[in-house]
Design a protein around this ligand. Structure first.
Ligand SMILES: Nc1ncnc2c1ncn2[C@@H]1O[C@H](COP(=O)(O)OP(=O)(O)OP(=O)(O)O)[C@@H](O)[C@H]1O
Length: 331
């Protein structure tokens, strides 16, 4: 592994066409630690992950500082970031099919990363790729290496993505909903595998999810994001036991401790998950916007601090309390 310590994020702002979607978040991911980033759909989790990776789409910009190995990744050129991505910080995406090249054998896709970052010969990289396929517990590693993504199951593809991500022993692994696209039966296996490998590599993990039980099973620390800001940060047990933000309290209320065969684990009660934008204090106020339209539904809206009177609601200016109230009434 490259000698880099943890990841430090300072006042990260991500703007979508000039509108802040991530509004100045800060956190530190210590070396070898595992942190969950949880929050409702649209709160800015993926944009945060993409900003860390230098992979923001066109029209989306990041400012602030993302420090890794003494460098601010946001200051790096595309070329410099290419050398960092996959080598020092790597990512597992939600949908493995879009992360893989459909026209390339999976062994070659793993080997490509080793050739690029480690300068390995073709033969050495191919041999290492087979070892990595074995490491992510795929059957018949030699044969699997010669397969194309469409010849593998979703769970197997995600294992290949994990093999690529870990190929160069990155200091930080960012996993954005790594199991959401998988069959329920393979989700737990995938999480266990990721947990084990990250632990063995001594890498830090930022695990993005909607699912509190998933975070509780793998992470020590928890960040809760809401409306583009971090509303809670602490060790998982403390945040879970004493949630301070109503969204976290709602998440807690939607989980139950299941006991089977002497083992106990948290599980989500689907019907009780907090509704989107349900809580004040750092939230998507689209239901209050007097001119709610499709744009309102896709861009997270500006908020005032928790407890204050919510004047700044979204990119549609609110002219008066009257219009705020009428927006609420018409929502
Ligand atoms: N390329 C883009 N163009 C315009 N808006 C975008 C773009 N990417 C994200 N957004 C908006 O930014 C906000 C944050 O998106 P983001 O993908 O980070 O949410 P998320 O918390 O990861 O949600 P989910 O859990 O559903 O993936 C959303 O309102 C989203 O619609």
């Amino acid at each position: 592994m490259t000698e880099v310590s943890g990841l430090v994020v300072e006042d990260l702002v991500v703007e979508v066409h000039g509108t802040p979607a991530v509004k100045g978040i800060s956190f530190e991911l210590g070396r070898g630690s595992r942190m969950g980033l949880i929050g409702e759909s649209g709160c800015g989790k993926s944009l945060t992950a993409l900003a860390l990776m230098g992979l923001l789409p066109h029209g989306v910009t990041a400012s602030g500082r993302v420090l890794l190995g003494g460098r601010n990744l946001l200051d790096l050129s595309d070329r410099e970031m290419c050398a960092v991505r996959g080598n020092d910080i790597a990512m597992v995406f939600q949908e493995p099919m879009t992360a893989l090249n459909p026209l390339m054998r999976v062994g070659n896709q793993i080997a490509e990363s080793l050739r690029l970052h480690r300068g390995m010969s073709r033969a050495a990289a191919a041999a290492r790729a087979v070892e990595l396929i074995e490491r992510v517990q795929l059957p018949e590693p030699d044969r699997t290496a010669r397969r194309y993504p469409h010849q593998l199951s979703g769970g197997q593809r995600q294992r290949v993505v994990l093999a690529i991500a870990l190929a160069c022993d990155p200091a930080v692994l960012v996993a954005d909903e790594p199991t959401t696209a998988l069959d329920v039966t393979v989700q737990a296996e995938m999480l266990r595998l990721m947990d084990t490998l990250v632990r063995e590599e001594g890498a830090s993990l930022l695990l993005i999810t909607h699912d509190l039980p998933v975070v509780a099973s793998i992470c020590e620390e928890l960040l809760v994001m809401y409306g583009g800001t971090i509303v809670e940060h602490g060790d998982v047990a403390t945040v879970f036991d004493s949630p301070r933000h109503p969204y976290t309290a709602g998440l807690k209320a939607s989980t139950v401790l299941e006991r089977t065969d002497g083992n106990s684990r948290l599980a989500t009660i689907p019907g009780r998950v907090p509704a989107l934008g349900a809580f004040p204090g750092g939230c998507v106020y689209r239901n209050r916007c007097p001119r709610a339209d499709d744009a309102c539904r896709t861009v997270p809206l500006l908020t005032a601090p928790p407890g204050s009177r919510r004047r700044a609601a979204c990119h549609h200016p609110i002219e008066s309390d009257q219009s705020l109230e009428s927006g609420k009434a018409s929502a």
